[in-house]
Design a protein around this ligand. Sequence first.
Ligand SMILES: [Zn+2]
Length: 266
Amino acid sequence: MRFFISADIEGVTGINNWDETNKSHPDYAEFRKQMTREVLAACEGALAAGAKEIVIKDAHDSGRNIIASELPREAQLIRSWSRHPYSMVWGIEEGFDAAAFIGYHSPSASGDNPLSHTMSSNLVSEMQLNGELCSEFLLHAIVARSHQVPVVFCSGDAGLCKRVKANDPLIETVSTNRGVGNATWAIHPDLAVEKIRAGVEKALHKDLKQYVLKIPQHFILDVRYTRHASAYRSSHYPGAKLLSPTTVRFECDSILDVMRYILFCV
Ligand SMILES: [Zn+2]
C-alpha cells in the first residue's frame, strides 16, 4: 500500500498563535516538534495497517518544518514548494491507495480556530466554493479524489473535523483543539499522538472503496480579498470577474483550474 500524508501546523495540538507557526520565532520549536510527532503517529498507524511506502508533503509556510530523522525509513519527505497548482498535496497525482491530512485547520471567516485561514491569511478574508466556506482540506481532498485517491483521515481543530465528517462520515478524524475567540482548548499532546496512530490504522482497515468524498462537476469559487486592489488585479485572470470591489468569482469545471486560479491569484 502507498500512503500519502499532507501536513500543516495550524491544527496541531495546542497551537494558538501565529508566533508558534513562524520559523523565526522562538515559540515555533515546540509546535514543529508536535507537528513531526503527529505525522510520525500517522506513519505508524499506516505501517500497522500494511503501508509499504509513505510520501509526506510538508505543507506549512516554507514547507520546511518536519524533522525527517524522526520519521520511519518507509517515509519520503517532500519539502518546500514546486509551485505546481496542487500545492499542499503536490505528488499525489503519481498514484496512491489512500491519503491523510494532519494538522489541518478551519477556513477563513470561520470562528473555530484563532488561526483560521484559506491559502493566505494576508490576502484572503473569505473563500467560498459552490456557496460554502472553503477550507484547505476541502480543496486538497478534492484534488486527491480527482486522482482516485480516497481521503481516509484528518486531524485538526474541532470545527474542521465537523466539516470533514459532513462531507464524508466515513473519514476518521481526531479533534486536537477547540477554538473559541482567540482561545484554544486542547487535548494532551501525547493523547493526540495516540489517537492519530489508532485513527489512521482504523481508517485504513475499512473498505477503501467506500470512502465517498463528493467531487462537484462545476466549481464556483468566490474569493473575498482583504484589499480591493488585490481583487481588481485578480479579476483580470482569464475567466474571472469582479463581483464587488473586494470579491472575485472564478467558474470552471475542474479542480486543476480552481487550484491554478489560486496559484496565480492568492
Ligand atoms: Zn499552515
